[in-house]
Write a protein that binds this ligand. Structure first.
Ligand SMILES: [Zn+2]
Length: 417
């Protein structure tokens, strides 16, 4: 009997013309996925070529696989280039990326991770209109909302203290009758304080948010969570009105406060949540890169701190052992056991039952970015079983997941009692 809901993702926008059609390439991939895993859903990052969308829809219909339109909302938006000056603003008026801990490959890949402010109504309206058209054009079963957050440590530490743009100032004043400028100075003060802290200062903290949601910044960070929720709600509600299912792509619970994703609020908008528990990805949202950038930034800001002692405190905060040198984070990743502690955090959120959890784990092999072997995959699956999770999303591109990995997952799950 089938125990788990299984989905996977596919990225269509970088593929060479007609390569999906040639020799029935896509059909064969999906046939293998269906046969190995009894795949329930395919989440599709579209391209501008409607022909590919039609092909995906047709094949999935034949195989009885549900299709989702994978839609990035605030960054890397389809056919909407976000300029640096349009991206969120930090306390010292930097836009898009900061100076401390910023990922050295940011902006070099196919995605640039420049985030629009969720309060930038005019641009969001334009994206929303394109989104609506794409839902109609693709005629998929659902939507999957991605990039629904503020920038992460991979964009640089200063970005954790954003946004202070004109739209935010206006909205904040309307909502609270207070000038957001006052919070700009407080955010700067919290940042400055990090320059002189010693390790004992971190010992009392239980979560990442304790490190920077300090003094009177609670209202500011509550505002950020509401901003993300409100933007997501608009996109999700429209899809529901059109009879579509809604899934959301969220940071792992430990990291979510850094980007102002509130599980309890966002659960209200969707049918299911995919927490990205990526233990081996050296790109944004993956634990290795986000932790690396976060720790590197603090060491940069405060060079007197000792790397291994700082890492030990971060290890304590997230609840799994980390390597003492941050370079090893990128090389070896982190323990897959974190799935269990992250799932425990989700249980404590006490989310409405109707919001299913389908955990996102990597299954891809991309040289230099993420290489998921049989050994890793089995450890992931063991944790998934232990944590009793309803479903799995093999991330993040079926075209880069070896057949072998699909079979390993299928075999492992079929042997479960
Ligand atoms: Zn803003």
């Amino acid at each position: 009997m089938k125990q788990k809901w299984i989905g996977t993702q596919i990225v269509l926008n970088h593929i060479i013309n007609n390569s999906l059609h040639r020799n029935d390439h896509l059909k064969k991939r999906l046939a293998t996925a269906k046969e190995s895993l009894d795949l329930d859903a395919l989440i599709v990052w579209p391209d501008l070529n409607k022909k590919n969308l039609d092909l995906v829809r047709e094949i999935c219909r034949d195989f009885k696989i549900k299709t989702y339109l994978w839609y990035p909302v605030l960054a890397d938006v389809l056919a909407f280039k976000i300029k640096r000056e349009q991206a969120v603003e930090t306390f010292d008026r930097l836009h898009g990326c900061g100076k401390n801990g910023c990922w050295d490959k940011l902006g070099e890949g196919e995605e640039d991770f420049l985030f629009l402010c969720p309060n930038d109504e005019q641009n969001i309206r334009q994206i929303f209109n394109q989104y609506q058209n794409k839902i109609i054009e693709s005629d998929f079963d659902g939507v999957f909302l991605d990039r629904i957050r503020f920038p992460s440590p991979a964009n640089g530490f200063e970005l954790l203290f954003s946004c202070f743009c004109q739209f935010c100032r206006k909205k904040f004043y309307t909502q609270y009758g207070e000038d957001l400028e006052n919070y700009r100075y407080q955010a700067k003060a919290v940042f400055e304080k990090l320059k002189t802290i010693d390790i004992s200062y971190l010992r009392t903290y239980q979560s990442f948010s304790d490190i920077f949601i300090q003094d009177n910044l609670e209202k500011f960070y509550d505002f950020r969570k509401q901003n993300i929720y409100q933007a997501v709600k608009i996109f999700a509600d429209k899809a529901k009105q059109m009879g579509k299912l809604v899934g959301v792509d969220l940071f792992a619970p430990s990291l979510a406060p850094l980007v102002s994703q509130d599980y309890q609020l966002l659960a209200k908008t969707c049918d299911w949540i995919k927490p990205m528990i990526y233990c081996h990805t050296s790109s944004p949202a993956g634990f290795p890169l986000e932790l690396y950038c976060f720790i590197k930034a603090i060491l940069n800001i405060n060079p007197a701190l000792d790397e291994s002692r700082l890492t030990r405190e971060i290890s304590r905060i997230i609840g799994v052992e980390l390597p003492t040198r941050i370079n090893d984070l990128l090389k070896n990743g982190i323990s897959e056991k974190i799935i269990c502690s992250e799932m425990q955090k989700i249980k404590e959120f006490d989310l409405p039952e109707k919001a299913s959890i389908y955990v996102g784990i990597e299954a891809i092999q991309i040289p230099g970015l993420c290489n998921i072997t049989e050994k890793i995959l089995k450890k992931y699956l063991k944790s998934v079983i232990e944590a009793d999770i309803k479903g799995i999303i093999l991330s993040w591109d079926l075209l880069k997941i070896p057949d072998e990995n699909l079979k390993i997952v299928g075999d492992f799950l079929s042997k479960q009692p």
